[in-house]
Design a protein around this ligand. Structure first.
Ligand SMILES: Cc1cc2nc3c(=O)[nH]c(=O)nc-3n(C[C@H](O)[C@H](O)[C@H](O)COP(=O)(O)OP(=O)(O)OC[C@H]3O[C@@H](n4cnc5c(N)ncnc54)[C@H](O)[C@@H]3O)c2cc1C
Length: 431
């Protein structure tokens, strides 16, 4: 009898112990996955690592330099650069940052200059005007992924879909394309950081694929331009040239390895009128604000345990140069929400609810930020690519849009007048 009693007692104690352990583990170790090791997924991973919050990052590429990462990105003070500082990666960033991207010329197809911004003189350090240092995408990815513990990243893991595990109390299971890779389940929170063609997006949104903005980008490289194309090298002056002809932009950009990247942006059809009709007509892709992104940034009904960051949630064309900066800020803010939730209240169900509230809060503020950047991007796309007489016809308007993006609404009319006056003066004095 007594041995039976002690067995029962032991059973109860064991169950209590197991429950305590479960609650404790739930409090300290929610099972988190990040899908995608791009500019939004890696800072998020790094920030969680710094707070000792475990996670698994699944990336479809088989290694960090598996494919060309493309040209350069300019990071902005209050978004991209701030996220790097929080991730304690700013010093690493400074090793590869270039300060000559400020040297920007906007020209027509005959290289007639319509706007010129002279960058740092010595090209070696932060110039007086430098607020947006550039970095090659490949370098950014390299040091970001190296900053994350190797055991947390699974390379070559291409996620196919996310499935709800009804029986497991609302956790999520990840299914991979590779049939030999076993699916993994039990995730309390799955974060889609997998870019424009995100496979997580359809879990929260009815939109599966983004709409095509009608503009194709072709990229080429001039290696050793100093020897092979000295005139081009001189003209680019270690910065950027954006040369325009109606509906086409040729962007020439200095890269960190000494080569020059050339990006031809334009419609992928010869019939410009047809493209305009399709994109600008009422109900077309660019009709109204944030048309390109209208569907992609549509607010979704919050889904417990799943969220999106970066291009997976708010895809933008490149004309405002804000996409990656918004992505960095997403990661910084979501990471902070997760860290506070995990360090803060309770365990078990409480933790799940607190974590969920943190995700909701992030989503609420993210939409406001992303919409603002989307509006800017949309306006600039229309001006640069769909306006007759570019670049001359849009220089003042595009500059005013950039300035107003960082100006409080009450000051914007003054800023607009100031920019128009400045551009008129510059034109008159011949830059
Ligand atoms: C030509 C061009 C120029 C640009 N220039 C600028 C600029 O100057 N400034 C700026 O701010 N923005 C710019 N952008 C936008 C910027 O590149 C994006 O906003 C940024 O890359 C978004 O980062 P992300 O991590 O959200 O997505 P991505 O960069 O797309 O990264 C997604 C990651 O997820 C991985 N992945 C994808 N699918 C899966 C899957 N199924 N399973 C697992 N992993 C997956 C990918 O391999 C990748 O590593 C430009 C974009 C383009 C196309």
């Amino acid at each position: 009898m007594s041995s039976c009693h002690s067995l029962v007692t032991a059973g109860v104690i064991y169950r209590e112990q197991r429950e305590k352990t479960r609650i404790h583990r739930a409090r300290t170790t929610p099972k988190i996955t990040i899908i995608g090791a791009g500019p939004s997924g890696t800072p998020l991973a790094r920030l969680l690592s710094l707070s000792s919050i475990p996670y698994t990052l699944f990336e479809s590429d088989t290694s960090p330099n598996y494919r060309s990462q493309g040209g350069t990105l300019d990071l902005h003070t209050s978004t991209g650069l701030l996220a790097l500082q929080r991730a304690q990666l700013f010093d690493e960033f400074l090793k590869y940052a270039r300060y000559d991207g400020d040297h920007l010329q906007i020209t027509d197809h005959n290289l007639k200059v319509f706007l010129k911004n002279v960058g740092a003189e010595n090209h070696d350090g932060p110039g007086v005007k430098q607020a947006r240092p550039e970095i090659d995408r490949a370098k950014l990815r390299q040091f970001q992924t190296e900053s994350v513990p190797a055991q947390n990243i699974v390379w070559g893991a291409r996620v196919k879909s996310l499935e709800k595990e009804a029986r497991e109390g609302g956790t999520w299971r990840i299914i991979f394309y590779d049939g030999n890779r076993k699916s993994e389940g039990g995730f309390t929170l799955a974060i889609g950081a997998n870019g424009a063609f995100s496979k997580v997006r359809s879990t929260v949104l009815s939109v599966r694929q983004p709409d095509f903005a009608g503009i194709g980008v072709y990229d080429m490289i001039i290696p050793e331009p100093e020897k092979k194309a000295p005139e081009v090298y001189k003209a680019v002056n270690r910065g950027n040239i954006f040369a325009h002809k109606e509906g086409i932009r040729l962007a020439l950009q200095q890269l960190g390895d000494g080569s020059i990247g050339i990006y031809r942006q334009g419609f992928n059809t010869k019939d410009l009128e047809e493209v305009k009709k399709r994109l600008l007509a009422p109900g077309g892709l660019l009709d109204g604000w944030a048309g390109v992104l209208r569907e992609a940034i549509e607010r979704w009904e919050h889904v417990s345990g799943v969220t999106l960051v970066g291009d997976a949630t708010h895809l933008m064309t490149l004309y405002a140069g804000e996409g990656v900066n918004v992505a960095f800020e997403d990661s910084m803010r979501l990471a902070q929400g997760i860290v506070d939730a995990v360090r803060g209240n309770g365990g078990g169900r409480v933790l799940v609810d607190v974590l969920d509230n943190a995700v909701r809060e992030y989503e609420g503020e993210m939409w406001v930020r992303a919409e603002k950047a989307a509006r800017l991007t949309d306006e600039l796309t229309k001006l640069w690519m769909f306006t007759p007489g570019t670049p001359g016809s849009v220089i003042a308007k595009t500059t005013a849009l950039h300035v107003n993006f960082h100006t409080p609404p009450i000051m914007q009319p003054f800023a607009t007048v100031g920019v128009h006056a400045w551009v008129a003066w510059k034109k008159w004095t011949g830059w």
